[in-house]
Design a protein around this ligand. Structure first.
Ligand SMILES: CC(C)(COP(=O)(O)OP(=O)(O)OC[C@H]1O[C@@H](n2cnc3c(N)ncnc32)[C@H](O)[C@@H]1OP(=O)(O)O)[C@@H](O)C(=O)NCCC(=O)NCCS
Length: 166
């Protein structure tokens, strides 16, 4: 399996992969593939990583720039998606390891919204006073690289379509 940047030839496979994986997630909106499309169109994909195996795209991870309160320089990870038939083979972990490795040199930390049961293994955790309006606080998590304590609202790129004051 190879983790690499997306190429134009991968793009037709990425949307359906995201949609298929997210179908398993009760809180998914079905709009996750469109978010990636909008981020790509806006030139806002800081990372767009694919996991390729046997010539097929089997996993995907996006990252975009985010702000926490007044502080910019955060890398927001998501969506992360692996083809259901390929779950529990380390693909999600390999995508995450590469993303964190890359963000380490460009960001003050990584942040995401997701299941803490999965993301805590990578070092993500919730912080008091850190969140996204309307989300349970435990699902909004960060991994600061510089000992910095995230405080305030996690402001996503407008492509996510959240009603956040910029
Ligand atoms: C979450 C996801 C990306 C994990 O990908 P993966 O390639 O299966 O992950 P890995 O093989 O690296 O790790 C699998 C481990 O994570 C665990 N795991 C997966 N989802 C979990 C969750 N929601 N809570 C707790 N553990 C979870 C598995 O049980 C497995 O544990 P084990 O190694 O002890 O057996 C994949 O399941 C997926 O695409 N799910 C649907 C979309 C989604 O939930 N995306 C993330 C939220 S945006």
């Amino acid at each position: 399996m190879l983790i690499r940047d997306e190429t134009p030839g991968d793009i037709p496979a990425i949307g359906p992969l995201i949609t298929e994986a997210m179908r398993l997630l009760p809180q998914a909106t079905g709009g996750e593939a469109a978010i990636v499309e909008r981020l790509r169109m806006a030139g806002a994909l800081t990372l767009s990583l694919v996991a390729e195996d046997g010539g097929r795209v089997v996993g995907y991870l996006a990252a975009s720039a985010a702000r926490i309160g007044p502080q910019d320089g955060w890398g927001l990870i998501g969506p992360l998606a692996v083809l259901p038939a390929r779950h529990r083979q380390g693909i999600g972990s390999a995508l995450m390891a590469e993303a964190l490795h890359r963000l380490l040199t460009t960001s003050r930390g990584a942040a995401l919204v997701g299941d803490p049961g999965y993301y805590r293994r990578f070092g993500f955790r919730a912080f008091p006073g850190f969140g996204v309006a309307g989300c349970p606080p435990e699902v909004v998590q960060a991994l600061p690289f510089d000992g910095n304590v995230p405080r305030g609202e996690l402001i996503h790129h407008p492509a996510f379509g959240l009603d956040q004051t910029a």
